[in-house]
Design a protein around this ligand. Sequence first.
Ligand code: BEZ
Length: 187
Amino acid sequence: MSHDTIAINRQRQDLSQHESVWLFGYGSLIFKADFPYIQRQPAKIVGWSRRFWQGSHDHRGTPEAPGRVLTLIETPGERCTGMAYEVKPEVFEHLDHREKNGYLRFTTPMTLADASVVDGLVYIATEDNAAFLGPASDAEIAAHIAKAKGPSGPNREYLTKLSDALRALGVHDPHIEALRDHLPKAD
Ligand code: BEZ
């Protein structure tokens, strides 16, 4: 599958008749909400884990030297805590552009902090996208992140900002904490 997903995402869901749509953010959407939202709440989805298994050609790396960013991997029994945003449908035009490097929108139920369960959208980069890098050891992933940089800044900043934001939410994510522990010191 091509890694530019803007056109595919536009066709996946017709959001035009919705007053608002819930969006589940598990990565950069937690610490970088560069879009208007009606409300936001911490939220959980079940059966998924975040992993730094997706290549980034456009934000935290380049086509010649991709960085590593997050996607969700199906993991029965696991819960992933993130931030849910209620947004107007037009916000997805901005998000489809921002997350165009291999991410498709999927529909998922999510449990909000106020205990309500809503259906919403989540961006996932599946294994068949051209930018998918897949698993590696914590040390290898951390070393890769320490070296990469792209138009949105150093790849290590993505990891440290996410880790800080999760800690602020009271979330312990073993994958994220292990990568932060393995991150070589900055130059
Ligand atoms: C997110 O924070 O939900 C997200 C991360 C990477 C790409 C798309 C969305």
